[in-house]
Structures are given as structure tokens and as C-alpha cells.
Design a protein around this ligand. Structure first.
Ligand code: CMC
Length: 435
């Protein structure tokens, strides 16, 4: 097939223009040639919230929202969740292919040997109030790592980038666990290099006085699956924040902190916490119809429902439902599951949700599992941030290697006042006395 071209006719001037079509897109800059006269700036697109704009070329994650498909580097999410460990998937997302035996050994060793936090970082965490939200503590502490590793600012050096990527992936569970221990007033537990990624995280969360913490293998595997499901999700709000901040060549700790801040909002990663609060508010299956009516009247949003990209069942929600069954065999059934299942059933049969293609997303069931495992709702988004760090860093590394990328800088349509001036009689401010 020859070159595909879009022909645009400007009815203001009667002129026609051509814009090549590549991968189903035209270059926004090709619209700039369309001018009313020589003085004109040229046509721009207006796309608040990026509903129809591709901001990059990426080979990491593929989503087909209509068919409910999610793949990392070509592998369906369901297969990765079934057959891989989280660190294997992290390697895949970062490097493009699954690790061989020796590569995996080396990768796991590297991550395990960078889990410790500098003691000053521990002291930094101690400065937070006892009731500080764990996401606020996580965002600030990740940003503070920028002061511990000043060499991280050499973002154009691939080896340097790799070092910071390892550090961030290794230290995220430690920071997360310390925020949890801080909120309970418990002493921090140092990482244990004998343990796997999620078992070590559980050790740092829940070890008390026993000499060696032994994680329940079913729960440790469930956490690993949840981490795999959350590792990347292409150009979502937080990844876009990572790329936008990273495009200024800020160091990866500061960019990751910005991404985590974006994740914390209730419309993004903060939704899992909101789902639990919503299920608490609903309280019983009998109150669901009343709640659904309030949602349809625009009083609330059904948290954990709807997605910008998925207009079908979120494939991650399906795996999470399966994982929940495994977890409940160990922890006992979370009573909220019955409310959630009934809520999902009623919503999926309701015209309002059918018409808008609103299905459960990843956040709908994850909180129920996390709560059954013993987490408080304010930790849920932190649990999302740990694995998503892998995706943020893979996307950041891809950005740094992309010769087409520059500092991220959208345009605007100015809607303010035209030029105006201060009243002529207004005096000039002199130097104040005492300055
Ligand atoms: N409950 C009720 N109505 C909804 C919901 C919902 N959860 N989500 C969307 N709608 C309605 C919305 O009011 C609109 O209706 P209308 O056409 O009558 O104005 C229509 O559906 C389209 O929604 P939208 O706001 O244009 O969709 P969006 O793509 O801008 O928003 C979303 C996507 C995820 C922010 C939104 O669905 C939402 O707020 N969901 C609840 C929060 C949530 O679960 N977030 C987690 C997302 S998945 C994980 C992640 O990325 O973090």
C-alpha cells in the first residue's frame, strides 16, 4: 500500500493541504501549514485531557480498550500473572524481553542489594505526624532520595539511569513499609535479603519480635500477582506526569515523586481507597439500589468503575477476582466482597452503565483483597505505587532514548483580557525605607 494521506480543505481560503497518515495518526505539526494568511500562526488542535492525542511512540504496553486486552511487551497480562514472578515482569517491562536464568539471577541480586534506605531517610520519615497519609509520606520520601543520590541528575547517561532504576524499584517497598510502620508507631524493620520481593515487603510490614518472619506463600504470591497487574498501563495520568516532568531532565527521584503524586488522586490510583470507603457507606446489599440511583442522579461516582480506555471489562479486574478467591481461603472471606459482587451485577445490568460502557476497573476488587490481607485503606494507593514504579521508569527510560522527544510543553487557547494598562496617575513604588 502506498503512502496514506489525509487531505484537508480549509473552507476559509478554499485551499487544500495534505498530511501523511502514519499508524493511524497525523502529525499535529502538519496542521500548522494551514493558515488564513501569511501572518496567521496556523491551525492547532484543542484536546483538553488528551482524549485523542498520542504523545509518544512506545513499545512497552499495548491496550485494546474495546476488546479488554492488556499486554506488556506482547505478553497477555493473564499469562504473565499466571506464570511469572513480579521481578521477572519488571525485567520484561524495562528491557523488552523476559530474562534468561542468569539474567534473572543477576537482576534479583541487584534489586535485593539496594533495598536499604540511608539512615537519614529513616529520620526524615520520623518527622511526619503520626496520622500523615502514607501517600503523602511516600511522595515526599521518594523526592527526598534525590538529595541522597545527587548523581542521578545525569539523566542522559544510560548506565546512571540503570542504577537509579534499580535503586527505585528496590527501595519502594522499604519506603512503603516504613510509612505503614510509622503510622502505627512501630519500629522500622530492615529488609531481609533471604526473602523474595513481596515476602520481604511483608516482612518489613508485619515482622514483630520473631527472629525470622515467614510470609504466608499464598498471600505473598497474591501480592506478586497484584503487583504484576499494576506494573504498567501506558499513558495514564501518572505516567504522563512522569514523562512531562522527566522531559525537563529532572532526576528520576523527583519525576517518580511527581508521578506518585498524580497517582494519589481519587480518579486514578486513589480510587482503590475510595472503593472501600464507598462499600462501607453502602453498608449492605439491600442499600445498593438506593446508592445506584444516587450515582445515576449525579450525586456520586461509582468508584472503581469506568475507564478512559477500557470500554469493556478491565482484564486486570478479572484476574483480581480469581486472586481474591485464593486469598480468602487463607484470610477468610471479606464481607465487603458480597456487596461488591452484588453492586457489580446490578450496575452491569443497568441502562446507565451499559450505555456509557462502564465496567469494573482494576481498583474495584484490589482494595477488598488488600483489606483481607490486613492493610488499612490509606495504604492501598501506596500498594499501587510500588509496582507502577516499574512502568514509570520504563516509560522514562524510553523517553530519554527517544530522539523525537523534547521538553513537554503544550499550547493554550488564551481566553484572558486583551492588553490593558495601569492608570497613569498610579505612582511608581520607591525603595521602601529600611531596605
Ligand atoms: N460512576 C458513574 N458515572 C460515571 C463513572 C463512574 N465511575 N465514570 C464515568 N461516568 C460517566 C460520566 O459521568 C459520563 O457521563 P455523561 O456522558 O452522562 O456525562 C460518562 O460516564 C463518561 O465519563 P467521563 O468522565 O467522560 O470518562 P473519563 O474517561 O473522563 O473518566 C474515569 C474516566 C476513570 C476518571 C471515570 O470513569 C471515573 O471517575 N471513575 C471512577 C474513579 C475510578 O475508578 N478511577 C480508577 C480508574 S482505573 C485505575 C487507574 O487508572 O488508576
Amino acid at each position: 500500500m502506498g503512502e496514506q494521506v489525509l487531505t484537508i480543505t480549509d473552507e476559509r481560503t478554499g485551499k487544500s493541504y495534505k498530511a501523511p497518515i502514519t499508524d493511524g495518526t497525523i502529525r499535529a505539526m502538519d496542521l500548522r501549514q494551514i493558515k488564513e494568511d501569511a501572518e496567521d500562526f496556523g491551525i492547532m488542535t484543542y484536546d483538553p485531557a488528551f482524549l485523542n492525542t498520542a504523545s509518544c511512540r512506545s513499545s512497552i504496553t499495548y491496550i485494546d480498550g474495546d476488546r479488554g486486552i492488556l499486554r506488556y511487551r506482547g505478553y497477555p497480562i493473564e499469562e504473565l500473572a499466571e506464570k511469572c514472578t513480579f521481578l521477572e515482569v519488571a525485567y520484561l517491562v524495562l528491557n523488552g524481553s523476559l530474562p534468561g536464568e542468569s539474567e534473572l539471577k543477576e537482576w534479583v541480586h541487584l534489586v535485593k542489594h539496594h533495598t536499604m534506605l540511608h539512615e537519614t531517610t529513616k529520620k526524615f520519615l520520623e518527622g511526619f505526624r503520626y496520622d500523615a497519609h502514607p501517600m503523602g509520606m511516600l511522595v515526599s520520601t521518594v523526592a527526598a532520595l534525590s538529595t541522597v543520590y545527587p548523581e542521578a541528575r545525569h539523566v542522559l547517561d544510560p548506565e546512571n539511569r540503570r542504577m537509579q532504576i534499580v535503586r527505585l524499584i528496590a527501595k519502594m517497598p522499604t519506603i512503603a513499609a516504613y510509612t505503614y510502620r510509622h503510622s502505627l508507631g512501630l519500629p522500622y524493620v530492615y529488609p531481609d535479603n533471604d526473602l523474595g520481593y513481596t515476602a520481604n515487603f511483608m516482612n518489613m510490614l508485619w515482622k514483630m519480635l520473631e527472629p525470622k518472619y515467614v510470609a504466608n506463600p499464598v498471600l505473598s504470591r497474591a501480592l506478586s500477582i497484584l503487583f504484576i497487574l499494576h506494573a504498567d498501563h501506558e499513558q495514564n495520568c501518572s505516567t504522563n506526569a512522569m514523562r512531562a516532568v522527566g522531559s525537563s531532565q529532572a532526576d528520576p527521584y523527583l519525576s517518580t515523586a511527581a508521578a506518585a503524586a498524580a497517582l494519589s488522586g481519587p480518579l486514578h490510583g486513589g480510587a482503590n481507597e475510595q472503593v472501600l470507603l464507598m462499600l462501607d457507606e453502602i453498608g449492605s446489599v439491600s442499600r445498593i439500589p438506593e446508592y445506584i440511583d444516587a450515582v445515576k442522579a449525579g450525586k456520586y461516582k461509582l468508584m472503581g468503575f469506568g475507564h478512559r480506555v477500557y470500554k469493556n471489562y478491565d482484564p486486570r479486574a478479572r484476574v483480581i477476582k480469581w486472586t481474591a478467591e485464593q486469598v480468602f481461603q487463607v484470610t477468610g472471606r471479606n464481607a465487603k466482597l458480597d456487596i461488591a459482587l452484588a453492586l457489580e451485577k446490578i450496575a452491569l445490568e443497568d441502562e446507565y452503565f451499559i450505555k456509557r460502557k462502564l465496567y469494573p476497573n482494576v481498583d474495584f476488587y484490589s482494595g477488598i483483597i488488600y483489606q483481607a490481607m490486613g492493610f488499612k485503606p490509606d495504604m492501598f494507593t501506596v500498594l499501587f505505587a510500588i509496582p507502577r514504579t516499574v512502568g514509570w521508569l520504563a516509560q522514562w527510560d524510553e523517553l530519554m532514548r527517544d530522539p523525537e522527544q523534547k521538553i513537554s510543553r503544550p499550547r493554550q487557547i488564551f481566553t484572558g483580557s486583551a492588553e490593558r494598562h495601569m492608570p497613569a496617575e498610579r505612582p511608581t513604588i520607591g525603595v521602601p525605607v529600611g531596605v
